[in-house]
Design a protein around this ligand. Structure first.
Ligand code: FAD
Length: 526
């Protein structure tokens, strides 16, 4: 088909079937970007065959959902008393006991919640979007970038604490870099690199991009304030606004201020991002309502054994009794952090070695209920994320219920690495005291408005023992292919067998591709 006739053809499809049909046709023809998600093809069915699924997180439930639809006889063993795994929401009345015995009760007001695990979904996560659409899970925008949120740096030696709006740091960084590049271009430093015409165009672009004055300088002015914000906003009559004072380049570099304006530029955080209305566990609940009847809760797998005929899992059930369950095939979605402690019998030594080689990232999250939404009322921040170099790293504000008079819950800390480990080592009360103390350094009102909170240190979550599989280039090369391969009657699936580690999309893609492959194997055996 020539380029012209392809376009005409798509135009016709669009007119007849609407945008969705045109998009479908474009992806079929390879003209539009699409995720690697494709619906699993289980044609031929799985009647008369049994599948044992280990773990009822998103990967386990998506596997169960697809395979039972195709006629397989499905059985799911799940350690926890709930399904969803890391896809989890805490609401008022929920209880959570972590490894080590600390028990917390969530005391949030009705309607308020925190997502201790996943909390945002990129629009290009097509497997997630597919299931959300299929199950009618309502999504709302998650405000990832709010240029009016804060950028905070703690006092450091003789350097005072610093707090500015993200828009101020972004505009100042643009301005200073544009001024320097303009100078270098005018001094002829780029003569070997750029044609005279491109030099002119670059100067023009820098002038606009960096809000420079006619002399190529980035200076305090009303024009600059139109981007970074004003000292005093414009008003009526003679009030033109008072220009704000840019932060100098030395401070931007010295205090690492530029680093906090990058997040939204990454593909994984690109607008528009979404979250399910009412809590992240909505997709887990939707899966559970479809496959819950196959799940045996509070069943902790301790051994997986494979022979020529089947795969058998030994597990300890809710009563403490040791039992076994078998399937012709097995999809194991237990995180590697836990699977490394499960006895594997009848498998290649390469697989058991690979399972032990992937560490899991430590991470800590705290949900804090404040008595009033002071970030909106005092600071004009509606959703989005403020960043700090304090250990709590950020505050994320709710993307919904703006202007509601009552209380509100923020994500008061989201920490990784050593900070997360140190924080998780404290008692829940001590942690919350620290988190509120950190929050108050950015929002002084936090100290007196604190109401209640709950925290989760992920390496202490019994069913996960970590946030997500942390691959290095070396482990990705040496062990990842083994983890992704089919081992006769068993396949591993979960975020750890995807390149979308730490995302629900990874779990769903891993499950749908594992199901596809296992089905092909089963068909070959029929
Ligand atoms: C702090 C944090 C932030 C995140 N942020 C995001 C985000 O913003 N967006 C996003 O899309 N994703 C995010 N993720 C990632 C997302 O939560 C995971 O990638 C996804 O939920 C993993 O699904 P899974 O099915 O692979 O594993 P899991 O959900 O861990 O499921 C595994 C299941 O196995 C069970 N199990 C464990 N041991 C046993 C045993 N011995 N026997 C039987 N069952 C067992 C567990 O109880 C669990 O139900 C985040 C995760 C964390 C922790």
């Amino acid at each position: 088909m020539s380029e012209m006739s392809r376009r005409n053809f798509l135009g016709m499809v669009g007119m007849v079937g609407g945008a969705a049909a045109a998009y479908q046709m474009m992806t079929t023809m390879g003209l539009a970007a699409s995720s690697t998600y494709t619906k699993p093809d289980l044609s031929g069915g799985g009647q008369g065959k049994t599948v044992l699924i280990l773990g009822a997180g998103l990967a386990g439930m998506a596997s169960a959902y697809e395979m039972q639809k195709a006629g397989y006889d499905v059985r799911v063993l799940e350690f926890d008393s709930k399904a969803g795994g890391r896809c989890w929401t805490l609401r008022g009345g929920d209880e959570y006991t972590e490894l080590g015995g600390f028990k917390q009760t969530c005391d949030f007001d009705r309607g308020l919640y925190i997502n201790p695990g996943p909390w945002r979904v990129p629009h290009h996560h097509h497997a997630y979007m597919h299931y959300a659409r299929e199950f009618g899970v309502k999504l709302e925008p998650f405000i990832m970038e709010n240029w009016n949120a804060y950028l905070h740096r703690k006092a450091d030696g003789d350097k005072p604490a610093l707090k500015m709006r993200l828009a101020e740091a972004r505009t100042d960084m643009h301005g200073h870099v544009a001024e320097l590049l303009t100078k270098a271009t005018n001094q002829g430093s780029l003569d070997q690199t750029l044609s005279a015409e491109d030099k002119e165009k670059l100067l023009e672009a820098l002038h606009e991009w960096g809000f420079l004055n006619r002399d190529g300088k980035y200076v305090q002015s009303l024009a600059v304030s139109a981007a970074r914000g004003y000292e005093r906003d414009p008003g009526a009559r003679l009030e033109a606004g008072t220009p704000s004072k840019p932060v100098d380049l030395h401070t931007l570099l010295d205090r690492n201020l530029w680093s906090s304006i990058l997040d939204g530029m990454f593909y994984e955080f690109r607008s528009t991002m979404f979250e399910p209305v009412g809590g992240m566990d909505a997709l887990a609940r939707a899966f559970e309502s479809r496959v819950g009847r196959f799940i045996e809760y509070r069943s902790r797998v301790t051994e997986i054994k494979m022979d020529a005929e089947q795969v058998t899992a030994t597990y300890v059930d809710a009563s403490g009794a040791t039992k076994t369950a078998s399937g012709d095939y097995c999809i194991c979605t237990i995180p590697l952090s836990i699977l490394s402690q499960v006895k594997m019998t009848g498998f290649d030594a390469g697989l058991t070695e690979a399972i032990k080689k992937v560490p899991y990232a430590p991470s800590f999250k705290a949900g804090v209920q404040y008595k009033r939404r002071f970030w909106e009322q005092d600071d004009d921040i509606y959703g989005g994320i403020s960043y700090t170099d304090l250990p709590n790293q950020l505050i994320s504000y709710p993307s919904n219920n703006y202007f509601s008079g009552g209380k509100g819950v923020v994500l008061g800390a989201y920490m990784f690495g050593t900070d997360a480990l140190v924080m998780s080592g404290m008692s829940p009360e001590e942690r919350m005291k620290k988190v509120v103390e950190y929050n108050a350094q950015m929002h002084p009102a936090a100290a007196e408005e604190f109401d209640t909170g709950i925290s989760v240190g992920w390496h202490r979550v019994p069913g996960a023992l970590g946030c997500y599989g942390l691959y290095s280039a070396d482990t990705r090369e040496r062990y990842y292919p083994t983890l992704c391969a089919r081992h006769d009657r068993l396949m591993l699936a979960g975020e750890h067998t995807s390149y979308w580690n730490g995302w629900q999309e990874g779990a769903l893609l891993a499950a749908t591709t594992a199901v596809d492959e296992m089905h092909k194997f089963a068909q070959g055996q029929a």
